[in-house]
Design a protein around this ligand. Structure first.
Ligand SMILES: Nc1ncnc2c1ncn2[C@@H]1O[C@H](COP(=O)(O)OP(=O)(O)O)[C@@H](O)[C@H]1O
Ligand SMILES: [Mg+2]
Length: 343
């Protein structure tokens, strides 16, 4: 297969903990043609979508560990047509650049993209999760989204719990996630002003969410592949912090999915697949869905270590199957076309 990774700059990744490196390494171990590029290197030449890529030079013996592989990797710079790849892994860091999606729009019918462009566009912010509940309120915690300050103040006043979570619609990595305590709500006016009013004078949406009990014990990160959980871990917040994100100081612990957690995964799995969100990371607390991470979800390395697993093997196995199916479909169609033409 020809595999392309649209990602952050190679030099900036941390080999010991980087999920994308595991996917690249696994692709190289399987002898695939691997290229990496960044969003800034996408280009159109004479109406063809290309990328200034770094093509991995094939080695007779690919190093066994991702760390040594990273050290020894050599690249050839080359301008390559994106439609020449069998699969593109979209592994750029959030926030998502809409222009990248426009570049990918031009080739999405020709190349299998993980995740699908339409899915990335749909699930680009926390509205995707906020609107995901069923009629029984069993999937996500009670959630309110608005940029109307008076309305948000009323929500804070009238919600029954002692605590609420406030977070920006477009946040990631735990940034801007705070707990509002009932006794200390004198700051609410100022906080809402701060969250709603953006830098350039534009206004932002704010999420208010029921604080899910048990969150101090951490959240559960589940890696989902094609709608099925393939691995999970618990992330516990640092002392004095409400956020479990590893980037915010959270620590990781072994976890086996409970029946409630399995139930949520099973409920939303088919929707994820329908939206082309094949490889995503879910955040769950108390069996409720907190977030669907669709852009370059992390966690492979920690889950591998905790569960003695190799999630990258499952991902590549599945991608190879998908690409094979697509190839057979194309061949079959060509054969049918010839049969009709020659009839
Ligand atoms: N409703 C909630 N109840 C309790 N804790 C929450 C809630 N929402 C978020 N958190 C905590 O904050 C973290 C980050 O929130 P999340 O919605 O996943 O945003 P981000 O995109 O920044 O990761 C969660 O992993 C969890 O630890
Ligand atoms: Mg999260």
């Amino acid at each position: 297969m020809n595999v392309c990774f649209i990602m952050y700059p190679w030099e900036t990744l941390t080999p010991a903990s980087d999920s994308t490196l595991r996917l690249i390494h696994e692709s190289a171990l399987r002898g695939h043609q691997v290229a990496i590029t960044t969003a800034a290197n996408l280009t159109i030449r004479d109406s063809v979508t290309m990328s200034f890529s770094r093509l991995l030079v094939k080695q007779a013996k690919v190093p066994k560990t991702p760390e040594t592989f990273y050290k020894k990797a050599a690249f050839k710079e080359q301008m390559l047509p994106l439609a020449g790849f069998d699969v593109i892994f979209m592994r750029a860091n959030p926030p998502l650049d809409n222009l990248v999606l426009n570049f990918l729009d031009s080739i999405k019918d020709e190349v299998f993209i993980v995740n699908d462009v339409e899915g990335l566009r749909k699930a680009n912010n926390k509205l995707y999760t906020a609107a995901m509940d069923d009629a029984k309120g069993s999937i996500i915690p009670r959630t309110f989204v608005s940029k109307n300050k008076e309305y948000l103040k009323r929500v804070i006043e009238h919600e029954a719990g002692d605590k609420m979570i406030m977070k920006p619609l477009n946040g990631f990595g735990g940034s801007g996630v705070i707990v509002l305590e009932r006794g200390a709500r004198s700051n609410v006016n100022s906080l809402l002003d701060f969250y709603i009013t953006g830098k350039g004078g534009e206004s932002n949406y704010v999420i208010l969410q029921e604080y899910v009990e048990g969150a101090d014990e951490g959240d559960i990160r589940v890696m989902m592949l094609n709608g099925e959980p393939i691995g999970a871990m618990r992330r516990k917040p640092a002392e004095g912090d409400a956020r479990s994100n590893v980037h915010a100081g959270g620590t990781v612990h072994k976890h086996t999915l409970t029946p409630d957690e399995m139930k949520v995964c099973r409920k939303i799995g088919p929707k994820l697949v329908k939206d082309g969100l094949y490889f995503v990371g879910l955040d769950l607390i108390g069996g409720k869905l907190i977030e669907v991470n669709v852009l370059s979800p992390g966690g492979i390395v920690n889950i591998n270590r905790l569960n003695k697993a190799k999630l990258q093997v499952k991902v590549l196995d599945w991608v190879e199957d998908m690409v094979q199916d697509r190839m057979w479909m194309a061949e079959r169609r060509n054969a049918f076309k010839s049969a009709v033409s020659n009839a």
